[in-house]
Design a protein around this ligand. Structure first.
Ligand SMILES: C[S@@+](CC[C@H](N)C(=O)[O-])C[C@H]1O[C@@H](n2cnc3c(N)ncnc32)[C@H](O)[C@@H]1O
Length: 242
C-alpha cells in the first residue's frame, strides 16, 4: 500500500511540475491545493475542515473553476440525458455539494427541486448563497443512516465527492436507500482514485458489481471522460435502482 502511495505522490509532483514547466503557476497552486484535500491518511473530519478553509479563502471556485474541473458539467450532462424534459419536479440530492457548482448548473437546465449535502460548513454556506437549493444538509455521506426517508430522491448525484478520506465505499448502501425505485445514482470521479485510494482499490467496483448481482441496482453506464480535472481522466458511473 505504501508503494502505491509513494507512486501517487510522485505522480502528483510530476503533474505539478508539468504545469510549472508550461509556465502556469496558477495551475500549480490550484493542483497543490486540491492535492492537500486528498493527501494520504487524511481523516473525514480533516477533509471537511480543509474544504471549509478553502471555501472561506474564496479560492475554491477560482482554483476549481470550469477550465480546471469539469465534474459539475459532466454530471449535469448525464442528468440532462436521463431527463430530456419535465425537469422541474425531478427531486435531486447533490451529494458532496460543495459550493454549489452542480446545483447552479442543474438550475440553469431547468431543475427546481435540488437538495444539497456536504459536511464542510464553509462550503455549505457558499452553496446557500446560490439560492438554488431547497434544503442544505451539513453531514457526511457514509455508512451511517442519514436523517432522510428511504425512497426520497429521483436522483442522487456526486461530482468530485469521491477520494481519500471522502465518501467511503459503504455509503453506496445509503445512496440506494434514499433513492426511489427506478431512480438514478450518478457518480462522477477521478479515474485514478479507483486504484490509488486504498478504500476503493479492489473494493469500490467489486461492491458496485455485488450490488448489481444482489438486485439492488443495474449499472447503466461506466464511461471514461478525458480532462475531468486538470489533465486527469474521470470516470462516470450511472446506476438505476431496482
Ligand atoms: C472537490 S469538492 C466537490 C464539490 C462539488 N460537488 C463540486 O463539484 O464543485 C469535494 C466535496 O466533497 C465533500 N465531501 C468530502 N467528504 C464527504 C463525505 N463523506 N460526504 C459528503 N461530502 C463529502 C467536501 O466537503 C467537498 O465539498
Amino acid at each position: 500500500m505504501r508503494t502505491r502511495w509513494i507512486f501517487f505522490k510522485v505522480m502528483a509532483s510530476e503533474k505539478a511540475r508539468h504545469f510549472a514547466e508550461k509556465g502556469n503557476q496558477k495551475d500549480v497552486a490550484a493542483y497543490t491545493q486540491n492535492y492537500g484535500a486528498h493527501r494520504e491518511g487524511i481523516s473525514m473530519k480533516e477533509v471537511a475542515d480543509y474544504y471549509t478553509e478553502w471555501a472561506n479563502s474564496n479560492r475554491y471556485e477560482v482554483d476549481l473553476g470550469p477550465e480546471r474541473y469539469r465534474g459539475p458539467k459532466i454530471a449535469t450532462d448525464c442528468l440532462c440525458e436521463l431527463f430530456p424534459d419535465n425537469r422541474e419536479g425531478v427531486k435531486i440530492l447533490d451529494i458532496a455539494a460543495g459550493t454549489g457548482f452542480l446545483g447552479e448548473e442543474l438550475w440553469k437546465k431547468g431543475y427546481r427541486s435540488i437538495d444539497g449535502l456536504d459536511p464542510a460548513e464553509g462550503m455549505i454556506e457558499a452553496a446557500r448563497k446560490k439560492n438554488v437549493y431547497t434544503n442544505l444538509i451539513c453531514d457526511f455521506m457514509s455508512e451511517k443512516k442519514l436523517d432522510i426517508d428511504e425512497d426520497t430522491y429521483d436522483v442522487a448525484a456526486i461530482a468530485g465527492g469521491m477520494g481519500e478520506g471522502h465518501i467511503p465505499c459503504g455509503a453506496l448502501y445509503e445512496m440506494i436507500r434514499i433513492v426511489k425505485p427506478g431512480g438514478y445514482i450518478v457518480i462522477v470521479m477521478r479515474e485514478e482514485y479507483l486504484e490509488h485510494v486504498s478504500d476503493y482499490k479492489d473494493k469500490l467496483e467489486p461492491l458496485m458489481k455485488e450490488l448489481e448481482l444482489s438486485g439492488h441496482w443495474i449499472k447503466l453506464e461506466r464511461r471514461i471522460v478525458p480532462k475531468y480535472s486538470f489533465e486527469n481522466n474521470g470516470v462516470v458511473f450511472i446506476f438505476k435502482k431496482c
